[in-house]
Design a protein around this ligand. Sequence first.
Ligand code: B4P
Length: 192
Amino acid sequence: MLNVVIFGPPGSGKGTQSQKIIEKYGLTHISTGDLLRREIHTNTHLGVIAKSYIDRGELVPDETIIEMLDHFMDNLPKVKGIIFDGFPRTVIQAEAFQKMLKNNNTSLSVMLNLEVDRQELIDRLLLRGETSGRSDDNLETITKRLEVYENRTSPVISFYKEVKLYQAIKGMGSVDEIFQGICTVLDKHLEQ
Ligand code: B4P
């Protein structure tokens, strides 16, 4: 199985590149952000909790996210591979994820880290905010999300460097140029 984590700060293009990876490599997509937005949209108990965190630019609590992922993995049919988009976002999530994969007799192939300058992230998210209707795409929440990323999410990079699954990807440039960099890495994994 080709199991990939796509990682990066808010607005780095995780969702955008995931769509291209799914098309080319036929992977199954799991986006914790999309799952949470779906819960919000249908006004479930989880959605109500998640909204209160997302609107403030905070991370949804680890236990909630891990439970959601566990449920997804338990109900998964046989697939070619999975792209994990927006998960893990804390070291606690990364540790739980390793156990989850082991329990499902599989492992992670690679973690791709999209590297993008701070100003570019802000510009992209503000632009998305003009049409997305997302309550977290405004300057105040974006600034908070970037701060939370630095403090709580970026330590996940060291975690994956230690287990030798880390791969930096240039996340600046056109969507297709960035995707080329990703393909070079994934094709190497498929050859192995
Ligand atoms: P997510 O939905 O994961 O979203 P994101 O970080 O905002 O965006 P992404 O990196 O996917 O950017 P995109 O491709 O859309 O998270 C939302 C919230 O959910 C979090 O803040 C958190 O509260 C909660 N959450 C999710 N997962 C969680 C977890 N595991 N634990 C706890 N809480 C969790 O790109 C952004 C924009 O840039 C788009 O408009 C796109 O068109 C544009 N773009 C992309 N690539 C471009 C390029 N190369 N050039 C120019 N523009 C580009």
